[in-house]
Design a protein around this ligand. Sequence first.
Ligand code: SF4
Ligand code: SF4
Length: 427
Amino acid sequence: MGRVDPRLHLFAVEGSSYAVSTDYLRFARIEPEAAGAARRGGPADPVLNRLGVPLDPPGQKRFRFAPPDTLVLMLTYACNMACRYCCQGEIPDVRENHMSRAVAYRAVDWLMRNSEDAETVNIGFFGGEPLIRFSLMKKIAAYAGRRAKAAGKRVRYGIMTNGLLLTDQVIDFLAGKHVQVTVSFDGPAAVQNRNRPLKGGGRSFRLIAGRIRRLLARCPDALLRSTLYAGTDPDQVIQTARRLGFRQCRIEKVSSSLLAEGKKNDEAASSGQMAAHLRRQGERFLAAVRERDAAGLQRIAVDSAFMEGVRQMFQLARAGAPVRRRWFSCGAGRQLLAVAANGGLYPCPRFLALPEYRLGSVYEDGFRGELHRKSLIIHSEDCRLCWARYYCGGGCVVEHLGRTGSIFLANPDTCRLRRARIETESG
Ligand code: SF4
Ligand code: SF4
């Protein structure tokens, strides 16, 4: 049996055969005979013609990078919970527990200057548990508001919180500033209590669920972010999210970089569970489309930003519109930087444990961004040869680094999941 032409990816969903143009992101259902012939190494041109794409690969890409417009501030490394998979212990300067007001204001100044002519800048509050520093957060927002006004910019805010300190006063602030809130919560109750206990060891589900309901009454677009770890069933997470009233839910498998040696298999297990879940989700989606089941479609509108992007790509392709290829999966180290408590700049919050990836400091303009300007689609052999490359953009470099020791060697568990997600969406 010959090899499938690399310009094509062939797969089956529910007994139907599909072909995707790996270069031009067009897809179509094809006859089983045509799929069989292409799979046996037969000529790809008839299938590519059926997809309506050029036979030659696209020309070389020239990049133009926008200035950084997003800073994620590590307000504190302290936390009021003791999650089983937490990575805080890996961060070397964890003794410098809190960000000072001086560093925070420097970071705001840095962002205003270095974002050049960007009209909107973004500030994320991150930790540890950032709401432990609620009073600093309010000061930062007031200061950033003044600095942005003077610079003719708009500021948007985001926060990642465990939900425990969502008091009415905090919710008022978040609603008033239109903060995009992400709540890390692993519900159902047994899973949340096991994986995300309180610092003293108590159960957290009931305490936080009540606060989440109050939050959603004021901030209905708050997002639930759940980490899949040690046997969690993604379907149950989604049911819990729905019961609590979330409109959006993002489920991520636990990352290998967050796990101690000897527990790395958990990542493979959770990515396997997630891939199986995606298949089930895809089957339900197809059934809902066939039966024009609006409620069914709504029930599964619970997904990740990555999937949202892939979905849009498929929608554009269905409409015959051009689809832009993805050369990066995120803005880490280019548009987005994390600020450590001591003012160091890193590609994103998950790099804070790795001092060798420090890119600069809020005390100097500019940053060392060369490494993160290298698209994995060009510089990683795994990604260069992957059929899903232009849908994926190369995945999360922290996930790769944590698993393989190099940002240019892809993490197979991440890849399995991303490819499964893409195939699910094409049906
Ligand atoms: S990260 Fe994996 S799935 Fe994504 S392009 Fe690279 S090899 Fe493909
Ligand atoms: S490198 Fe990974 S963790 Fe960091 S922002 Fe990108 S996708 Fe997120």
